[in-house]
Design a protein around this ligand. Structure first.
Ligand SMILES: [Zn+2]
Length: 72
């Protein structure tokens, strides 16, 4: 087992889902455990919770919205 690593080359990572927050998608599509604070914003989460209370979203849909995987 040799420890002969090739020269490190930068790996381009395409940003298919740029960080974006809109009225339709207040939560970006980033991983909810990423650093973006939108997934923990109490105002935004309260808004989604209200939509569940109003019957506009199911709890599982709300989870997807907060995860940025679904528009509200
Ligand atoms: Zn975000």
């Amino acid at each position: 087992m040799s420890n002969n690593n090739p020269p490190s080359t930068p790996i381009p990572i395409p940003m298919e889902d740029p960080i974006i927050h809109t009225d339709q998608r207040p939560f970006c599509a980033f991983d909810p455990f990423a650093d973006c604070p939108c997934h923990e914003d109490p105002i935004l989460i309260d808004h989604v919770t209200g939509q569940v209370t109003d019957g506009l979203l199911t709890p599982s849909e709300a989870t997807r919205v907060v995860s940025g995987r679904q528009c509200c």
